[in-house]
Ligand binder design. Structure first.
Ligand SMILES: *Cc1c(COP(=O)(O)O)cnc(C)c1O
Length: 355
């Protein structure tokens, strides 16, 4: 397991920018650590990965990423415990998913050791960039795009893989009100919804802006055919609690297979919470809200872990969710973050030691 990537070269920064960063006032993903990992795919092969100072890229205007959108990414976090130990959470899941996305976008798959060993080496080098304050972490963004050139609409012949990192403070979403989308779709049958493709986000921005104009913060996506079933909450997986049962939609080619989602399901089952993985209709949600059995609605994803929803709008009406003392959202978020920050036993072997 400790194999190191062949020929990983490291060029360190001359002067670290660390002292310029106000670690007490970190927002999300807007300042970047000293180094990045970069690996190029040319002539049918991945070249030697390099760690270099974080820096701008030089690309030709004809690079295919600008025209045909071959661009995928991952999102994960590195956590520092109270002893200074550094951890990742189920990083192999992100490595596998990057290659699932790559395949769907006709991009080359990245060798596992470039991802894993490159990531570990990068984090060890930029270890001081991992904040230790409660809820803070180093957000890690691996991504790949078509750097090969040409205006003809076909896959590029060269690609660039990068891992860049951003120290980030605790993510508080506040009271989120969401709009259940009846017209636009995030993803469609046979499409790229299950891939973490940049274009999926581009397509979400406009409908989300319309929802924001109406006073909501986010959109709950429904299926593209009937708009009768809820599928995701913004760029997060969606969970509903009706009575004592925790329900989430099954993953499909429209719904992204989130690491947070599957971890929540495992932990909930382990706690003895009744769980169901099945389609959830908007009708069921509205009826449950009316009769008072709708207890919780939340989004799940790496950035916020769990983002509780306070109310949802549908066909011009708003439905409030109750404020619970001991919500599943609160309990499950605590369980996951306790594992991530090495504060609790790691029963399922999810923690990955970096340093
Ligand atoms: C990234 C993402 C998620 C959450 O995945 P995690 O692995 O839990 O971070 C959910 N839905 C969409 C659309 C996403 O892009």
């Amino acid at each position: 397991m400790e194999t190191s990537v062949k020929n990983l070269s490291i060029e360190k920064v001359k002067t670290s920018r660390l002292s310029e960063i106000d670690f007490d006032n970190l927002s999300f993903g807007s300042v970047f650590a000293d180094h990045m990992l970069i690996c190029e795919y040319v002539d049918g092969a991945w070249q030697s990965p390099k760690i270099v100072p974080y820096q701008p890229l030089s690309l030709e205007p004809s690079a295919k990423v600008f025209h045909y959108g071959q661009a995928i990414f991952e999102g994960m976090k590195a956590y520092k415990d109270s002893e200074g130990g550094v951890w990742l959470f189920r990083p192999q899941e992100n490595q596998k998913r990057l290659n699932i996305s790559a395949k769907r976008l006709a991009m080359p798959e990245l060798p596992e050791e470039v991802f894993m060993d490159g990531l570990r080496t990068l984090l060890q080098l930029d270890e001081k960039w991992i904040p230790q304050a409660a809820g803070s972490s180093l957000y890690v963004r691996p991504f790949m795009f078509a750097s090969g050139t040409g205006f003809h609409a076909s896959p590029a012949d060269s690609y660039t893989f990068i891992i860049a990192c951003a120290p980030s403070g605790a993510y508080f979403s506040g009271k989120v009100s969401v709009l259940i989308e009846e017209k636009y779709s995030r993803a469609a049958n046979g499409g790229v919804g299950y891939a973490k493709a940049g274009g999926n986000y581009a397509g979400q921005f406009y409908p989300t802006q319309l929802a924001v104009d109406k006073g909501y913060q986010q959109v709950i996506w429904t299926d593209d055919v009937s708009h009768e079933y809820i599928e995701e909450a913004g760029a997060m997986n969606v969970f509903v609690r009706i009575g004592d049962t925790l329900i989430t939609s099954p993953v499909s080619d429209r719904i992204l297979d989130g690491v947070t989602r599957k971890s929540i399901l495992t932990l909930a089952e382990d706690l003895g919470i009744p769980t169901e993985v099945r389609k959830i209709s908007v009708h069921e949600l509205v009826e449950a809200a009316k009769e008072g059995s709708l207890k919780e609605l939340f989004g799940a994803g790496t950035a916020a872990v769990i983002s509780p929803i306070a109310s949802f709008g549908y066909k011009g009406k708003d439905y409030e969710l109750p404020e619970l003392e001991d919500s599943y959202a609160h309990k499950l978020k605590k369980m996951i973050t306790d594992i991530q920050y090495n504060r609790a036993e790691d029963k399922f072997g999810w923690r990955y030691s970096v340093l």
